[in-house]
Write a protein that binds this ligand. Structure first.
Ligand code: NAP
Length: 313
């Protein structure tokens, strides 16, 4: 079983590997979402389906009244257009706004958080140090990096604890994000690599699927059939690998008969440098994520230097 304390253990999304979230009792207290857009809605669906919280214990805020009404209508949660209405009630606050508005939202809520509230940020690329700088000292913060397949309950989420977060906070966070896919717990410094791999990975794979379907069309298949076959081949291959636990090389060898079709195709992929290209892509995205994080941190330093005024002497 992968636990919050065992960071080196392999990740698992095998529901039989641990108690089913649906079987566990709902978590106590009130869960609040600041921003009820796509990611918050994905989490809400998963949380309610898995019984992690009951609808009556969940509140969400969003500036648009129409969005609030939709969320209330669809999920039966409490809604408001004021972030502070949520923050004053919530023991667990999910920051699910866009990264560009996150710092302002932290500033708005800082003085109104419940004393022992846990704050979980899903904002891509915003370091814990930035969140810590805009929230009260000692706030328990967890930063997570989900990916877009969470929108259909098949996400891959990495979780990193802030300095004040407890092991129980990590367990709570895992329970929430396991309701929309698999999770790994790691150190924050690895989140840039996560962003380069699973965060940006869906973009790479959509390109692969599109290219495979173009190839199918070139070889005479209809666009509809080519796209469906390409997408299901990617989905099924990932499922086969995860469910059997086999090494990908072994599964590749199973499809590759002597002098056959797959080895002819594989030779072409190797000649085109597919492996190197994918490794370069993950490396480039990781570096970019690191740069953006450093930029965000340097903005915080500039702001606090400006607040302290010009240095004396
Ligand atoms: N979507 C993903 O697959 C994904 C993956 C990884 C990480 N994330 C992270 O998840 C966060 C949310 O992304 P998303 O895709 O869900 O974005 P989204 O659909 O735009 O949702 C953000 C919501 O926050 C609302 N909002 C704007 N300003 C607000 C404020 N001051 N207070 C409260 N709510 C406010 C927005 O309203 P308006 O639309 O009216 O502005 C919108 O409804 C981002 O930080 C992103 O980096 C998302």
């Amino acid at each position: 079983m992968t636990t919050a304390h065992d960071k080196s253990a392999p990740a698992t999304d095998d529901p039989s590997a641990e108690a089913s979230p649906a079987a566990a009792a709902p978590l106590p207290g009130t869960l609040g979402f600041l921003g009820t857009g796509n990611m918050a809605e994905a989490l809400l669906k998963g949380i309610l389906r898995a019984g992690v919280f009951r609808a009556e214990s969940i509140w969400g805020s969003d500036p648009r009244r129409s969005r609030c009404d939709v969320m209330k209508e669809r999920y039966g949660i409490g809604v408001t257009t004021h972030n502070l209405d949520v923050v004053r009630k919530a023991n667990l606050v999910v920051l699910s706004v866009k990264p560009q508005v996150l710092v302002n939202v932290c500033g708005e809520i800082a003085a109104h958080l419940k004393p022992r509230a846990l704050v979980i940020s899903v904002a891509a690329g915003v370091p814990l140090a930035v969140l810590q700088a805009h929230l009260p000292k000692g706030t328990r913060i967890v930063r997570v990096m989900p990916n877009t397949p969470a929108l259909v309950g098949a996400g891959a989420t990495a979780i990193a604890a802030g300095a004040n977060a407890t092991p129980e906070d990590l367990v709570t966070t895992e329970r929430i994000f396991k309701s929309v896919g698999m999770t790994v717990v790691l150190e924050e410094e690895q989140l840039d690599a996560v962003t380069g791999l699973s965060g940006s990975g869906p973009a790479y794979l959509f390109l692969v699927i599109e290219a495979l379907s173009d190839a199918g069309v070139k070889m005479g298949l209809s666009r509809y059939n080519a796209l469906a076959l390409a997408a299901h081949t990617v989905l099924g291959s990932a499922k086969l690998l995860i469910e059997t636990g086999e090494h990908p090389g072994h599964l590749k060898d199973m499809v590759t008969s002597p002098g056959g079709t797959a080895i002819a195709g594989l030779h072409t992929l190797e000649a085109g440098g597919l492996r190197t290209t994918l490794m370069n892509a993950v490396e480039a995205a990781t570096k970019r994520s690191r740069e953006l994080g450093e930029q965000a941190l340097s903005n915080v330093r500039h702001r606090s230097a400006a607040k302290d005024g010009p240095s004396q002497g």
